[in-house]
Structure formats: C-alpha cells, structure tokens
Write a protein that binds this ligand. Structure first.
Ligand SMILES: [Zn+2]
Length: 295
C-alpha cells in the first residue's frame, strides 16, 4: 500500500468509526472481533466518566504476543489491553483539559448527595492486577499527580502462576501509599454467571472473601467491587449487596450518574479492538466528552 492509499484508508476508517461503529481492523494479523466501539456523537449526559483499563504494554509486538498467548479464541477480552503510548496520550489529554482524578469513595460520596471537590472529575480504574498496570499505569499516573483504582483477584495475587506477571501484595501496599485504591475483582476471577454463580455458597466465597482479604492485607474502609467480564444478574447483585459492597462496577460506554444502580455502576471500557491508535484516541475523546461534569 502506498502512502496516498494508506492516508485514504485512515480517513475512510475514521469516517466509518464515527458513523458506523469502528469496523476497520488494525492493519495487523489479529482478527479481533467487533465490539462496542461505536459512540453516538450527540449523546451527552450529566455524570462522571469512570475509565476501565486492563493490561498496558509498550510495543505492538508485545500486544499481539499477549493476545495470542492468553487465549486466541477470546480476542474480545484480551484486546482490552492497550499500548503504553495510547495510555499516555489519553492521560495527557485529560491533564490538558483540567481533569482531576477521584477515588471510588469520592464517587460514592457524590452519589450520596455530597459535593465533589473537583470541577472535572474522572475515576480511572484497572482490572486484573497485572504488573504492567503498575509499571505502565500507576507509575505514569503518579508523574501527573493522578491516582487510579485497581481491582484485583486475591487468589491470583496470592499465587501468581507466572511469577512477575501480576502485582504482589507489596506492590499493592506501595501503590496504596501513593494514593491508589485497591479493591475486589473476586477471589479467582471465576465467571459469576456460570462456574462460580451456580451455587450461592461459591458466589459468597468469591464476593465476601476477596474484599475481606484485601482489607486484612491493606486496611479497611468502604467496600467496592468489579464483576469479572462484567457478568452479573439479579441473583449475583443480591449477593453483592449481602457482601456489603458500596459500589460494584460494570463495563460499557455510559457515564456514572448520581442515580446509577450501585450494583451496576457503568464505566467507559477502553480497548484496542479493531482500531488503529488514532481511532482509539478519537473514540476515547468521544467517550469522555459525552459525560458532562456535574455542577
Ligand atoms: Zn477481569
């Protein structure tokens, strides 16, 4: 493909992303499946953007390697990882627009009717406890004076099967000292609608023991949760309430509102599925701008 054709393709891809839901693939070998990349241009709502990130890696080759290593059939989930350069560009944009980071406790206080301390709030979250969420995520947030929230599965932290792949309790304690929040993503990252949701007892163990362990290792406070894969139903949400969680987060593309269901607080899922870095950035900005900060 010559440069003119490449430019034309980028323009067409951008237009398709704007109007038809991100149907252009990364010009790479991975056949990522299509997912929620469409963002309606005119939809705005008063609410707080809660960003949802997963692993962050510093090269395209590493991104492809991770996708093929983890589970080639589950391309949707694994393409939720993004490049360091994309993450930094997004954070720099937030900084340039005057966004300030808040914690889940701040979000809870606002949902309870309290005032926000900041004009342009954003809650930045990371799922799964990968080590690179610290080295590429938290460490960079710190340089900007930002904080993030990390949802970890406690058995994965206790018994990292690939040493160095996930954070340790020592890593999490150090991050907490830097102002980061650490909360539950179950004990084993077991799907709650199938494997771990088929008995109430298993469900309670996954929900209760995980945040209990975090609070025992890192200290107590409000209890917050994030569903593995976003999987939940009415029964799972009842058990979330029984485990005394204040807020439980899902994925999606809408803002957290003051009246959002506390057992299903929406986040803006960031991914690299079927997008070039330029398209990813465009989508990120459109998602952010749909959330009008509360007065
Ligand atoms: Zn997860």
């Amino acid at each position: 493909m010559n440069e003119t054709s490449a430019k034309l393709c980028r323009v067409v891809c951008a237009l398709l992303l704007l109007g038809a839901g991100g149907s252009c693939a990364r010009q790479k070998k991975s056949p990522h499946a299509a997912t929620r990349s469409h963002v309606a241009p005119d939809k705005k709502e008063i609410g707080i953007p809660v960003l949802e990130y997963h692993g962050i890696v510093d090269t395209d080759e590493e991104l492809d390697r991770v996708i093929s290593l983890n589970n080639p059939k589950d391309t949707n989930r694994n393409a939720l990882w993004i490049l360091t350069s994309s993450f930094q560009k997004q954070m720099q944009w937030l900084k340039s627009k005057g966004y300030q980071t808040i914690s889940p406790d701040d979000l809870l206080a606002w949902m309870d009717g309290g005032n926000l301390r900041v004009k342009h709030p954003v809650l930045i979250t990371f799922d799964d406890g990968y080590k690179n969420e610290q080295t590429e995520g938290a460490d960079y947030l710190k340089t900007l004076g930002y904080v993030g929230t990390f949802f970890v599965s406690t058995a994965v932290i206790d018994h990292d099967n690939s040493p160095g792949r996930h954070m340790t309790w020592g890593d999490l304690a150090a991050m907490q000292d830097d102002g980061m929040s650490i909360h539950s993503h179950t004990v084993s990252h077991c799907p709650l609608l199938t494997k771990c949701g088929n008995t109430d007892k298993k469900l309670d163990v996954e929900l209760q023991n995980s945040e209990d362990r975090i609070q025992k290792k890192l200290g107590g406070g409000h209890r917050h949760f994030c569903y593995p894969g976003g999987e939940n139903n009415a029964n799972v949400r009842e058990h979330v309430k029984k485990a005394n969680y204040d807020l439980a987060f899902v994925g999606g593309d809408t803002c957290a509102r003051q009246d959002s269901d506390r057992t299903g607080v929406p986040r803006l899922t960031i991914n690299s599925i079927k997008m070039t870095p330029e398209q990813e950035f465009l989508r990120f900005k459109k998602l952010m701008l749909r959330c009008v900060p509360p007065k």
